[in-house]
Design a protein around this ligand. Structure first.
Ligand SMILES: *Cc1c(COP(=O)(O)O)cnc(C)c1O
Length: 390
């Protein structure tokens, strides 16, 4: 039976979104993700809003591997990991991920969202203290919410002094966890990893880094934020996604010590009660990591493209602060204005998404430009031309 109260409040919410210019229209693609995409109603446009940083989403080897996974294993096992849902290809992708990010072992989930929700409440026990950066991804925030037995605090964004004060104030006889994004998705800045590692050592805290926007992007061989800072192998726990640079389909992972991963196998609720990563994705992600390993030039091309776009935008007078990541926010301020500008860019053949409240704070609406190794000089020239006309 329809419930009048629910119907009324939902109608009001959706009307409110429409009137305040916050309503999101889904745009449909009619082909694969590349430097350009076919966008229903718009035709072919240059894509500057995907996390397809290495251009591997429709790489022939990645596509062929996914097809092979489907042929060898079928669609799936209709089971969770511990019953009859663990495939030999899970062991292979998990070994490949561990080797890539520099940990002894890794465990996959259907997404990094799930990985964060699996990890945090499983490792943080009664009496533990969790310290989370205020700009952390929503999946970390929700993962912390699930860790009800632990005390949770939020420290100011990338603020090592604030973090140290909180660590110092907490008594020594409890486990302490510091959680941060490696690369922050809305600002495009990098976590101060050397300082975080140092603090965590001094206060015997465990450091968790979610490197979803860093893996494949940062470091000369794309091994992520730890490689960027020369800290490979020195981070206690890494989480990340296979749904961005590493193939772009879906899937996530937790990477850490043998014992930590074994704890997750035994106790994390998503691995006990929810299906595993499909074989198609295990295969395509493994092929993506193999292409990255064989051809680190792809990372160099991404870094070169980031420089071209950043410098080009700066020349046009756009304020974009310096950062090694492939995320370039252009601050606009007003949400409606940011949406109008992204609409105009699309008319000029360039797809850039505007982010306003509540994804970012009120008055800090922005266009978020994301760069890919797949972009050729002509795409970058055309995109900068559109920004010039804007
Ligand atoms: C994108 C992202 C996620 C979610 O990844 P999925 O695999 O799509 O669930 C989690 N954490 C961070 C920091 C992200 O940027």
């Amino acid at each position: 039976m329809p419930n009048a109260l629910f119907e009324e409040r939902t109608r009001q919410l959706l009307d409110g979104l429409r009137h305040s210019g916050q309503f999101k229209e889904l745009r449909y693609l009619t082909g694969p993700m590349g430097p350009t995409v076919r966008l229903e109603g718009w035709g072919e446009v240059i894509c500057l809003c995907s996390n397809n940083y290495l251009g591997l989403a429709c790489h022939p080897e990645v596509v062929a591997a996914g097809r092979r996974g489907l042929e060898e294993y079928g669609a799936g096992t209709a089971s969770v990991r511990f019953i009859c849902g663990t495939l030999a290809c899970h062991r292979e992708i998990e070994q490949t991920i561990g080797a890539l990010v520099g940990t002894p072992r890794a465990l996959t989930y259907v997404s990094c969202w799930t990985a964060n929700e699996a990890l945090i409440p499983t490792v943080a026990a009664e009496g533990d203290l969790i310290l989370s950066d205020e700009l952390n991804h929503a999946s970390i925030i929700d993962g912390c919410r699930l860790a009800r037995a632990a005390e949770r605090q939020v420290y100011r964004h990338a603020d090592l002094d604030d973090l140290e004060q909180r660590l110092r104030a907490a008594s020594n006889n409890r486990a302490r966890w510091v959680i941060t994004d490696g690369v922050f998705s809305m600002e495009g800045d990098v976590a101060p990893l050397p300082g975080l590692v140092d603090l965590c050592r001094r206060y015997e805290a465990m450091l968790i880094v979610d490197d979803s926007h860093g893996v494949g992007v940062l470091g000369t061989t794309g091994r992520g934020t730890p490689e960027h800072f020369g800290l490979l192998g020195q981070i206690d726990v890494l989480t990340g996604t296979l749904g961005k640079a590493l193939g772009g389909a879906a899937g996530g992972y937790v990477a850490g010590s043998e014992q930590l991963i074994e704890l997750l196998v035994q106790r994390s609720r998503p691995s006990l009660f929810s299906n595993a990563l499909p074989a198609t994705v295990a295969y395509s992600a493994r092929a993506a990591i193999e292409v990255l390993r064989r051809d680190p030039e792809r990372v160099a091309r991404l870094h070169a493209n980031v420089q071209l776009v950043r410098q080009g935008l700066a020349r046009l007078g756009y304020q974009c602060h310096d950062s090694p990541t492939a995320i370039i926010p252009i601050m606009i301020g007003d949400t409606a204005e940011a949406i109008r500008k992204s609409q105009r860019l699309l008319e000029l053949g360039v797809w850039v998404v505007a982010f306003g409240y509540p994804v970012v704070p009120q008055g800090q609406a922005r266009l978020r430009v994301q760069v890919s190794a797949a972009l050729e000089q002509a795409h970058i020239d055309q995109a900068l031309e559109a920004f010039a006309r804007l």
